[in-house]
Design a protein around this ligand. Sequence first.
Ligand code: GDP
Ligand code: MG
Length: 293
Amino acid sequence: MGGSPSKPAETPELDQPWRNFDWGEKDKLKEHLEYFQLKSQSLTHIKILVAGQIGAGKSSFINSVVSAFQGKIISVAQTDASDSAISHSFTQTLKAYRIRRADADLPFEICDIMGLEPHTLLGIQPDDVVKTIHGHVKEGYKFTENPIGHKNESYKETPSLSDQAFCLVYVVDANTIQFSSNDNILIEKLRLIRKRISDEGIPQVVVLTKVDELCPLVKKDLQKVFYSKKIREAVRMCNSKIGVPMNLIFPVKNYHEETQTNDVADVLILNAFQQIVCTANERLSHGFSHCSD
Ligand SMILES: Nc1nc2c(ncn2[C@@H]2O[C@H](COP(=O)(O)OP(=O)(O)O)[C@@H](O)[C@H]2O)c(=O)[nH]1
Ligand SMILES: [Mg+2]
């Protein structure tokens, strides 16, 4: 108004993508993962630990990886559709999933450590996450607010190489990273974990879920994810708050209500998963063996 040229409305879309991405590489990714060679002769599979708040989309991510491999919607991990912010009743049990193609197990195991909550005393405590990474916690253990002790029957005193995790994946709901008032406690918990395991060289990556909910542009067309200002902002926020490098933060849209898989969602999920297992494998090649807590 007032004679000055009107400012163009702020558009949610960038002219150039904030990350280059090849949407046509689904078959290549699948093949690479199906013939994946672990950098250790003594392991049949490599363990990856998935942690994050209840409702962040951990189970959905595990289901999405399996679905992308099998070409149909598969539900191996139970998802929780209830209001996750108030539902803390979901049992927090350590659970492991093997990734399969149609006829055989692939050399990957994903462990879901469940609710890392943004309250000081709620959910799993950082020390238990670290112990799980080190392979001390047996599958099926039910986490409580009290850290697992050496005397517990689910505590493994001398874990083997296959009990140990070689990558920690934080699953973060893209909608909560900017706005949560409880953020600080969760971020503090993540920092505590990060401090402990970074010293040991255990890599950490972020899977940023629900990008469709955060950005209407992406909801309409998932391929806009790398053109979305909102998603770029959420990735930057993860980087500055959690401290994981930008190139290890992967935005995804999980399968959660679909009845069929599709190439666009598949390639985003498979790419994230490939980066995770490559990062873990790299760590394995350094001959990691944890010895002290
Ligand atoms: N729109 C959307 N919803 C999702 C996505 N991932 C998970 N959800 C939904 O979020 C809720 C919690 O997911 P769930 O996988 O159970 O979270 P978990 O507690 O971390 O295992 C469920 O209702 C899912 O359907 C996503 O990428 N997009
Ligand atoms: Mg779950």
